[in-house]
Every structure is written in structure tokens, then in C-alpha cells.
Design a protein around this ligand. Structure first.
Ligand SMILES: [Zn+2]
Length: 203
């Protein structure tokens, strides 16, 4: 590496350390000619990625743009700079891993929304409202409806799973007749797997 002070290309590395979770290496060097020290950074070269926008316009992939979109959506929410940086890095890695040289801006926007949705729903809706260009309250409700529906589904899945677990516990395991498993007239129905007598919730 050519010395930035005396321009002589003769140095030794005095320290190397991995930074940014191993994405970059920082090397401290000493020029053997003038004895001054300088720092270099080394990172993996990736093929340039272009973002294809709605009208077909291409621009270089820019993580700062993703970060600033996230910063706006996450304003005053319990999300740290570090969280945002992690999201940006995740999206960046996915884009480079999944696309050769061009990535549609839509794919990035959708992915940002997907990740935000798992992090903070207020930030998610804010991002979605800008990204999807909500025109009125109806659009807003349309966007929210699937979230609310999936939250309800998740809650009822959890309830059903705990019902099943409770039923198994009461039945004491497979092959043992559960307390409710009586046939007409109170006669026992005999040996049945516990699963077969579990009734769905809400009957
Ligand atoms: Zn030098």
C-alpha cells in the first residue's frame, strides 16, 4: 500500500481487526520509509446492484435510502439505531443474495414492510402508508385488515394448541380414556386415543 504521506510503497501491518461483524477488516499500517502510520479497510467486493424503479429508471442500490425510510417510519417508536441498522443490513444481504444485478424497488419495499411488521406494527403501518401511497382511510383499513386477521388467527391457534395440550394432559396420554369419553347412556366407549375425544373449542 502506498504511504499517503511520503508516497513510498513499503509498509508493514501492525494491527488487523475485524469490524462490522466481520464484514470489513481494518488494518493499521506503518510506512517503513517515513515511519508514519495509516489505516486501510478491506471488504468483499460485490457486483454492483441496481434498483429498478416503477417507471423503469435504474439507480445504484443505496442502503442509506433504506435507512432513511426506516428512520422516518420508526420515529418515536421503541426501535434503536442498532435495530434499524440490523434491518438495513438484512435487507441489503438479501438483495445481494437473491438478485444478480438488478432488484425491483417493489421487492425492497415489500421486504421492508414484511420485516417491519414483525418489529413494530405502528412503524409498519407508517411505512406502508407512505410506500403504498394510501389515498384515503379506506386504503388504510385495507392494509390493516390482513394484519388484524392474522393476529386473530395466531391468537386462536395459540388457544387451540393450549386446549390440545390441556386435553392431552387430562387424558394422561394416548390409549387412556379421557373423562368426557363416554358413549350414549354413560357407557364407556372403550380404548380410544386421547386425540380422538378432543373437541374443538366453542362447542
Ligand atoms: Zn511514508
Amino acid at each position: 500500500m502506498r504511504c499517503p504521506f511520503c508516497r513510498v510503497d513499503n509498509d508493514r501491518v501492525i494491527d488487523s481487526r475485524s469490524i462490522d461483524d466481520g464484514a470489513n477488516i481494518r488494518r493499521r499500517r506503518e510506512c517503513l520509509s517515513c515511519r508514519r502510520r495509516f489505516t486501510t479497510y478491506e471488504r468483499v467486493e460485490r457486483q454492483a446492484l441496481s434498483v429498478v424503479k416503477k417507471g423503469g429508471v435504474r439507480e445504484p442500490f443505496d442502503r442509506d435510502k433504506i435507512r432513511s425510510g426506516l428512520n422516518i417510519a420508526c420515529g418515536k417508536r421503541p426501535i434503536t439505531e442498532h435495530d434499524i441498522e440490523a434491518l438495513v443490513s438484512e435487507i441489503e444481504s438479501e438483495c445481494y443474495d437473491n438478485y444478480e444485478s438488478e432488484v425491483p424497488s417493489r421487492a425492497i419495499g415489500e421486504r421492508v414492510m414484511e420485516l417491519l411488521r414483525g418489529v413494530d406494527q405502528v412503524a409498519y403501518v407508517r411505512f406502508a402508508s407512505v410506500y403504498r401511497e394510501f389515498k384515503d382511510a379506506r386504503d388504510f383499513v385495507d392494509e390493516l385488515e390482513p394484519i388484524l386477521a392474522s393476529d386473530r388467527a395466531a391468537a386462536s391457534d395459540r388457544a387451540a394448541a393450549s386446549d390440545r395440550a390441556a386435553a392431552r394432559m387430562m387424558a394422561g396420554g394416548q390409549g387412556i380414556v379421557a373423562p368426557r369419553a363416554a358413549g350414549p347412556g354413560g357407557a364407556p366407549v372403550g380404548e380410544r386415543p386421547a386425540e380422538a375425544v378432543v373437541e374443538p373449542r366453542g362447542r
